[in-house]
Write a protein that binds this ligand. Sequence first.
Ligand code: GLC
Length: 427
Amino acid sequence: MILVKKKQILLISVYIFVGLWIISTFFKPEKKDEIVFSIGAGTKEIGFIEELVAEFERENPAIQVKLNVISSPTDQQHHYYLTTLGAKTENIDVMRIDTIWLAEFASARWIEPLDAFITGEDRASFIPVTEKTNVYEGYLYAIPWNINVGLLYYRKDLLEKYGFSPPDTWEECIDICRKITPRENLYGYLWQGKQYEGLVCNFIEFIGGNNGRIIDENGATVVHSVQNKRALDLMRDLIWKFKISPPNTYSELMEESSRHLFQQGKGLFLRNWTYVWDLCQEDPFMAGRVGVTQLPRFPEGAHSSVCGGWHLAVNAYSKKKEKAWRLIKFLSSGKTQKKLALNLAWAPTKQLLYKDPELIKQAPLLSIVEKSLRNVQVRPNLPYYQWISDSVQKQINKALSDQKTSQEALQAIYSKMERIQDDFRKN
Ligand code: GLC
């Protein structure tokens, strides 16, 4: 009797063992391959990107995406990549890069050419101007994820109250500010004057609105032109003479600090990027009170915006380039970009989306973006752009804080740019 029981127990144990072996051999949970996506952006943006990544993982069950969230200001992100990519890290596969880093990263061979991955048809579907900052020495190094332009946000309610239309020129803008701001106790024009990349964007827009450039179409340095001096004089005057921009413009104001002031009801006009539209719509105080248009121009100039935006690139040291590309293809698809436009007011890089009826209805901002793109100023796509930018940031900030005249600051940038270009040619 005892012997029979023992036999049964043995048999059951064998069955259990074989069963477990079959399960563990044939029904192993699929091993996922992890790729790392490095990105710096605002809190709401990161939240939404997490949702997109989850959608990508559902569509690609063998891939798991780890987000490497870094701090959002562009200069800080740039610094992060100088140290990580400079150390040949393999721990990043996909990166969101600012348009201005492309030539530098490509010439250092830190990012992978993508020509072999993309089809001609897909490439042609993007806004053509994006190629000016995606291509280096004939190769495509990144896919444009969103395009950005400087825009003029205004308090529609206050302009209506005093019977004004949004300004076309700087003269009109100053006039409106001087009439409304003392009565409503707010600042007139908020913009980004602190020493960082955002100041370079503002400077290029001011000079662009007066037909001025840093480098002309033949590659000559023309930063010290008469038009540019006039534009820089105006930037100073907004703070010191007309007093319609806050006195801390040159020490404090960046995208986020100026946006906060505006949303707190402390500014009549704000220069900022597309994302501000979305944040104003969900702000109970701002919703319905804010309008958006192109930046003011000088009488002889045209409305002018900087072409900003962010691209997706693959780390040249990544061991998972094919999977990295799959994520880029998903994130930059028309379907995903439409969601980004509806949820975050990111302006698409796919041309067709500007004709999408649902987007046109729900994102009125896109028509202003389209107009601004007609006279968009592309920052020089050069490997040594950062050195030029550092000099522009420093000198323009000195002029704004009244440590230098406009003439002195522009002349100093000119001399520095010539030296940088010489050095680069020699090396
Ligand atoms: C925005 C633009 C980017 C620019 C930066 C400056 O993020 O998209 O191109 O360099 O602002 O602060």
